[in-house]
Design a protein. Structure first.
Length: 458
């Protein structure tokens, strides 16, 4: 049966490869694990020997807060509506929500950044060792780019972005952004790590501590040694301060000056730039999946449908450059009182930021040991952020009188959506009605009636 072996092995290797590339952070082993930065934060759970001072214990990640103490505020952050201060040598400001100031992100493989650029402001060449990045431009005109590795000939993939455009920066590649317009620019980026890391290229090369031997750098950069030594005397300071979230304030001691500057990668998403994407996509096949569909993230989706919401999705199906990068982005529009009905993403956690309007959002935990399905809800205003852990049922409802808009980053190139009502009552062919009547404690006729409804998806 030799013939069967080969495909099996191929399949095994292939599935291993998929599991390796689909997410860079480890997968959660429970519904959530809200990080505590300091063992003392949750002293009930942690032992501290006062005579020896606090234990300095390091793990690859963070300790979790007791689930009994976890509450909706652990998944909530505010302040991303305020512009950062760009009055610094680089003319840019990065406000970061990562696991250090937003414990709810722990184990979920996501972080979110707001970047402000003054005219001529630059986010200098840098890389994120542990994350790919999608940058979405909301205001202004931005020149962005990344450089591929030697294998691809260190090619520059650069693009001028306007509001509504987005670009992808693959994991670990050196990239930058530059405001070439006359007006301030605002961008949001999503990264598929709770702690993407940041290596600003100039800083790491010429500003390391202690300095790298100048002879090495002189040779590597084909510079006179004097110039290298001079560069090494410069102060490559951080210019980014992270302080917009409530949590950042709470953990101020630890987080003041957590210098963030995370931005990373990007490829690009307007279809007319698709050749850039294709160059990066490892599977040419993905290209055939690209339809004429060209979602522009600055154009509202049509919400004239039964649920009153519309999701514009940028995933590997619409942007092949996302292939293997483990990240995607959506824009969600909500009519007044429109909702994004209860649903799950089987393969991704989600971080959502409200850019317009007021949303009531929530998720429900899985059956806990004590049999409780806890509901975590929150009202979000402009600039507020909420996190939905992977696979948990969640929803959003526009409780305002005006349309609402949110952007959400997801930690998969293809998160999948299961709208609960549709999957349960609208399956094709229908699920046995007796089974559903029993499971949902409904009269069978009601179930049969539900199964006759048309279940539209947004
Ligand atoms: C950051 O914090 C400082 C001092 O607390 C404050 O003056 C400034 O407005 C804050 N910046 C943002 C973007 O919240
Ligand atoms: C969402 O909006 C787009 C663009 O307006 C439209 O083509 C699409 O049909 C809408 N989807 C739904 C479910 O209403």
């Amino acid at each position: 049966m030799k013939w069967i072996k080969f495909p099996l092995i191929t399949l095994a290797i292939f599935s291993l490869a998929i599991s390796l590339v689909s997410a860079y952070d480890p997968s959660p082993l429970q519904d959530f694990c809200v990080a505590i930065n300091n063992l003392k934060d949750d002293s009930k759970d942690i032992i501290e020997d006062k005579s020896k001072g606090p234990f300095d214990v390091y793990t690859n990640g963070k300790f979790c807060k007791s689930p009994k103490l976890t509450n909706p505020n652990d998944f909530f952050s505010s302040g991303l509506n305020s512009p950062g201060d760009t009055n610094n040598p680089l003319g840019s400001s990065v406000t970061t929500l990562n696991v250090d100031n937003f414990g709810g992100l722990n184990t979920l493989g996501l972080s979110l950044v707001r970047i402000d650029y003054a005219p001529n402001g630059v986010n200098p060449p840098h890389s994120h060792p542990r994350a790919s990045e999608i940058l979405a431009l909301t205001v202004g005109t931005l020149y962005v780019g990344f450089v591929s590795s030697a294998q691809d000939g260190n090619r520059l993939y650069a693009k001028v972005l306007n509001a509504g455009d987005l670009f992808v920066f693959p994991i670990g590649l050196v990239h930058f952004e530059f405001n070439i317009g006359k007006t301030p620019v605002v961008a949001f980026t999503v990264l598929n790590s709770q702690n993407p890391g940041l290596a600003t290229t100039a800083n790491t090369v010429f500003g390391s501590n202690p300095p790298i031997n100048p002879d090495i750098l002189a040779k590597a950069f084909k510079l006179d040694k004097k110039i290298v030594e001079n560069l090494q005397k410069q102060r490559f300071g951080v210019h980014l301060f992270l302080n917009s979230s409530t949590k950042a304030k709470k953990n101020k001691k630890k987080n003041t000056l957590i210098l963030a500057r995370y931005h990373i990668l990007n490829i690009e998403k307007k279809m007319k730039g698709m050749h850039y994407l294709l160059a990066v996509a490892t599977l040419a096949v993905a290209a055939s999946v690209v339809s004429a569909y060209d979602p522009r993230l600055n154009i509202p989706g049509n919400t004239m449908n039964p649920v009153g919401s519309n999701v514009t999705t940028v995933n590997v199906g619409t942007l092949p450059g996302l292939n293997t990068l483990g990240i995607s982005l959506v824009r969600i529009d909500y009519a007044p009182y429109g909702q994004n009905p209860p649903h799950t993403h089987p393969r991704a956690s989600e971080i959502l930021v409200v850019v317009e309007g007021t949303l009531y959002v929530g998720f429900v935990t899985s059956n806990q040991a004590d049999g409780k399905n806890l509901l975590f809800t929150k009202i979000l205003n402009k600039g507020d952020v909420f996190v939905f852990p992977i696979g948990l049922i969640h929803f959003q409802l526009n409780i305002g009188k005006t349309p609402a808009v949110a952007f959400a980053g997801l930690s998969s190139q293809n998160p999948g959506v299961i709208t609960i009502a549709n999957a349960v009552f609208g399956a094709t062919p229908p699920i046995n009605a007796d089974l559903l009547a029993r499971a949902f404690r409904l009269d069978k006729n009601i179930v049969l009636d539900l199964q006759k409804q048309f279940w539209s998806s947004n």
